[in-house]
Write a protein that binds this ligand. Structure first.
Ligand code: SF4
Length: 490
């Protein structure tokens, strides 16, 4: 087998209970590489156009890349893909953490999950040994409860678990897949697809090493990267502040969606920024497999809003979606909302943007207290935001309407509410103001997933040359952020 791959995709059919392995050759990997390449390969070949995204004919694919599980910073990521119940087309999301690396150490490059189990199940993978196990006792529990229960059942707290929460079980259209408790493959409703298959979790443990063509060269590259990350300005900033480091600056430049995208500047931004997190609620920072940056916050609070550090902490997208987008400047409330979304397996972006949409409808009189069950759904009402997360995860009351995503919710509510649903192709817009990052907005329009900030290059990246995206597209010289000429759009 070509170095960097194990040459095997695990196939689990939950309808028949059949477990098998596809053997892939070098040509396969040279053509489809890994991650989204593998996901596209399986979806385009095996999922017919027109199938119900939440039906048994849809397939759920977990895919890694050639360096996943190789001890080098940034190699902990895995992709999850399926036909999306949110945009009705291509669905895919990525997550960091440790689960993807563990899957590779178990000797698998990807997993294709087919069909639907009769009762809730989870999959247990230990190297070549794969079992489908009963998960009826886990159904309805939070992600932390389920991870602990599976690790106890299988006899080790080092077993890695990826899973859905109750929101995925209830097929909320923007439910996510969560691995290692605080790493979410958030976008495009992959958790709803997993829930539709009655699959609560995939637990994995491996004892193998990824074979490398030149181990010495990779080891020396990993060392260079480790050393560079100690002094690299962006990496050091990430270590100290995480993605929350962008909150105040983005607000100042008009890029922080506020009150359902009415504004790009939030007066309460400084209350949600990295400094506030570090000074008020940070317990520690955590990270992903082999990464020395360790940018992930773990926050805690025992005040009005109880927050358990096990669920990590709010990062930039969450601070925007549950915070500024809903007009909420209470940091502990946003951290509590982050915990609820993690415990129930909800994408924080789509959740916050759907709630902000409902807040705007409420303030404009399109929906009333009668619709919300008495909740004063106004911008800035932190308790209302938290209550809505509960209702969405359980699909209760107006939460059931919002669990369909803001585009479908607007179609159901009518009365001009469509004007206030911020989505592209059914997927809620992330926390970057497309009127400020126009190129990103254009990217949303032409991306198969719709509005996903991870699938498009940000305009600031062309200007400051952050990352290698523009270079890879042949744009070698910095371009003004606002440029939308042929020099950028080609
Ligand atoms: S710790 Fe942060 S920087 Fe490192 S891989 Fe994870 S998300 Fe990326």
């Amino acid at each position: 087998m070509v170095a960097g791959y194990f040459g095997k995709t695990l196939r689990v059919n939950l309808s028949s209970g059949m477990i098998s392995a596809d053997e892939n050759d070098e040509n396969f990997y040279r053509s489809y590489f890994g991650g989204s390449g593998l996901i596209n390969y399986y979806l385009l070949r095996e999922v017919d156009a027109g199938v119900d995204a939440l039906g048994p004919e849809n397939k759920l694919i977990f895919a890694t890349g050639p360096i996943t599980g190789v001890p080098i910073a940034g190699s902990g990521r895995n992709s999850v893909g399926a036909k999306s119940p949110l945009n009705g087309g291509y669905g895919q999301a990525e997550a960091g953490g440790f689960w993807g690396a563990e899957l590779r150490h178990a000797g698998w490059d990807a997993i294709v999950v087919e069909g639907k189990a009769e009762n809730p199940v989870y999959i247990w993978i230990e190297d070549d040994k794969v079992e489908i196990k009963d998960a009826r006792h886990l159904w309805g529990k939070t992600t932390l409860e389920v991870q602990k229960a599976i690790q106890k059942e299988l006899g080790s707290s080092t077993i890695r678990v990826t899973q859905i929460g109750p929101a995925g079980e209830n097929q909320v259209r923007y439910a996510c897949v969560v691995n290692d408790i605080n790493h979410a493959a958030g976008r495009s409703g992959m958790g709803a697809v997993m829930g539709s298959k009655n699959l609560r979790a995939i637990a994995v443990r491996g004892h193998q090493k990824v074979e490398l063509a030149d181990e010495k060269a990779v080891t020396s590259l990993a060392k260079w990267l480790r050393d560079d990350l100690k002094t690299n300005r962006m990496a050091v900033n990430f270590s100290q502040n995480g993605t929350a480091g962008g909150v105040s600056a983005f607000s100042a430049m008009g890029n922080l969606p506020t009150n359902n995208f009415r504004y790009g500047h939030f007066d309460g931004a400084d209350k949600l920024n990295a400094q506030s997190i570090n000074e008020q609620i940070l317990v520690k920072r955590g990270g992903c497999y082999a990464c020395t940056i360790r940018c992930k916050p773990h926050v805690g609070s025992n005040s009005t809003y109880k927050v358990d550090p096990a669920y990590g902490g709010p990062e930039y997208e969450t601070l925007g979606s549950l915070g500024s987008s809903c007009g909420v400047d209470n940091l502990e409330a946003v951290a509590r909302g982050n915990q609820q979304c993690g415990a129930y397996g909800l994408d924080t972006i789509s959740t916050g943007v759907s709630i902000a949409f409902a807040m705007e409808c409420f303030e404009k009189g399109i929906i009333t207290e009668k619709d919300t069950g008495g909740i004063q759904l106004r911008f800035g009402n932190a308790d209302a935001m938290l209550e809505m997360i509960e209702l969405i995860a359980r699909r209760e009351g107006i939460g059931n309407t919002l669990a369909e995503g803001s585009a479908r919710a607007a179609a159901a509510i009518g009365k001009g509410s469509e004007e206030f649903a911020n989505h592209v192709k059914g997927q809620e817009v992330p926390m970057h103001e497309p009127r400020c990052k126009a190129g990103l907005g254009l990217g949303y329009a032409i991306s198969p997933t719709g509005a996903d900030h991870c699938h498009n290059i940000h305009d600031t990246g062309y200007e400051a040359r952050i990352g290698s995206g523009p270079k890879a597209m042949g744009i070698m010289e910095p371009l003004p952020s606002q440029d939308l000429s042929a020099a950028k759009v080609r």
